[in-house]
Design a binder for this molecule. Sequence first.
Ligand SMILES: [Zn+2]
Length: 83
Amino acid sequence: MSRSFEYVCPTCGARIERPFRVPSVARTCDNGCPFGHFLRTGLLERVEEVPEEARPDDWAERDAEERLHVAVREGIVTPTDLR
Ligand SMILES: [Zn+2]
């Protein structure tokens, strides 16, 4: 039995699968997006729940992993989610 986990490019939504479960995978997107982190599918959805007022002014320019940190700080993503 092999399990795989899905990670999403936060810029274009491209999906990749990896056989390990981590919060994010640092890689260059095949679609030429700026280098960044692919987030595990469920986590990306959580990060998008961060309310407007909790987002830093430069939210749009933040790397996915930095947005993840904001989501953790806001209590939207818990340390358990990151396992
Ligand atoms: Zn991409």
